[in-house]
Design a protein around this ligand. Structure first.
Ligand SMILES: [Zn+2]
Length: 333
């Protein structure tokens, strides 16, 4: 399938403060209160929504009108998740990919390009793909991503990285049924559907024997059989991230797959513990096969948010991990 993602060519409309010399720790301390303030006032965003690209994929049933995709999406998201506010969601100016979910819901993304990347040569400039909501019933992972995106929008000086967020990779899992489901609308666990080289040989047999056909972990009929998975794979191929961060719940730990140089320490209160990978998992596909660092945050609970302080601490540690451990492809800019 052809990649439909169109990254922004221009930086977002906000203006970055220029810093004469980059001091990560000092900068992080400086923005700490502002950052927390941004999260606390997340419901008061006043930016107007952008006009999303018109969706052209008509192969699925489309419950949304193309011109109001983002508004409807934000309406649905704010109805579903207490943390997410409608105006705040609109202020993110989410973009809509032409690839849609199985049930025709929009697949959304948001890119953040710090202007200072081009003006301060020594500034770190990693490209980080941030995924959440691959499992539709892990509410906290979607909510925390929303808060981090809002905080970054309001305080772009808090990062030196180039981010691409896919804040809800499995919208049918969140919205399609009550209660929400881990899997997509066809009952596929997207985190077992990635095209790792061993998928054909191992994914289904592993599911049958190791998982005893647990429906929550069905890997699908084939590698990348699902449009949501295809969209993520296309995004990885096009964006060429230096790292991928994926948020889940509820195991309360940090997992890591990929090259040794980016092995993380703790992130906030989450301790690093290797879980291993599975045929078709993102860790096996991107971390082991593509050799891209894949950092998985497993929050403590799917239905309860961490404290504001913990949310801030985690973000600070993520930023420091990116600053210190990623090997960047300088030619990307
Ligand atoms: Zn999960």
């Amino acid at each position: 399938m052809k990649c439909q993602l169109k990254p922004q060519l221009k930086p977002p409309s906000f203006t970055l403060k220029q810093t004469p010399k980059y001091k990560p720790n000092a900068m992080l301390k400086t923005v700490k209160n502002l950052f927390i303030f941004a999260m606390l006032t997340a419901s008061h965003g006043v930016f107007a929504s952008s006009n999303p690209p018109t969706t052209s994929n008509k192969q699925n049933t489309v419950p949304y009108q193309a011109s109001s995709d983002v508004k409807q999406f934000c309406k649905d998201l704010s109805s579903k998740l207490r943390t997410v506010k409608y105006q705040g969601c609109l202020s993110l100016e989410l973009q809509v990919a032409t690839t849609q979910s199985i049930e025709g819901r929009p697949l959304t993304y948001r890119e953040y390009i710090p202007e200072s990347i081009q003006s301060v040569p020594k500034l770190p400039k990693g490209r980080i793909l941030f995924l959440s909501g691959i499992h539709g019933d892990e509410y906290s992972s979607i909510s925390i991503t929303y808060l981090w995106m809002l905080a970054m929008l309001k305080h772009p000086e808090s990062t030196g990285q180039h981010w691409l967020f896919l804040p809800l990779a499995n919208p049918d899992g969140l919205f399609g049924k009550k209660p929400s489901t881990r899997t997509n609308a066809r009952g596929v666990d997207l985190n077992r559907n990635f095209p790792s080289p061993d998928w054909e040989q191992l994914a289904l047999s592993y599911w049958k024997h190791y998982y005893r056909k647990n429906k929550r972990r069905y890997p699908g009929a084939g590698p990348a059989s699902e449009p949501e998975t295809q969209w993520i794979v296309e995004t990885v191929e096009r964006f060429k991230p230096d790292a991928i961060i994926s948020v889940h719940a509820p195991y309360g730990l940090i997992d890591y797959d990929g090259p040794e140089h980016a092995t993380p320490d703790n992130i906030g209160g989450l301790k690093h513990k290797e879980l291993g990978t599975y045929p078709g998992s993102l860790g096996r596909y991107a971390g082991e096969y593509l050799n891209v660092p894949v950092l998985t945050l497993e929050l403590h609970a799917a239905g309860t948010m961490p404290t504001e302080q913990e949310i801030y601490n985690m973000w600070q540690d993520i930023e420091e991990w990116a600053q210190l451990k990623l090997k960047r492809k300088e030619t990307d800019f």
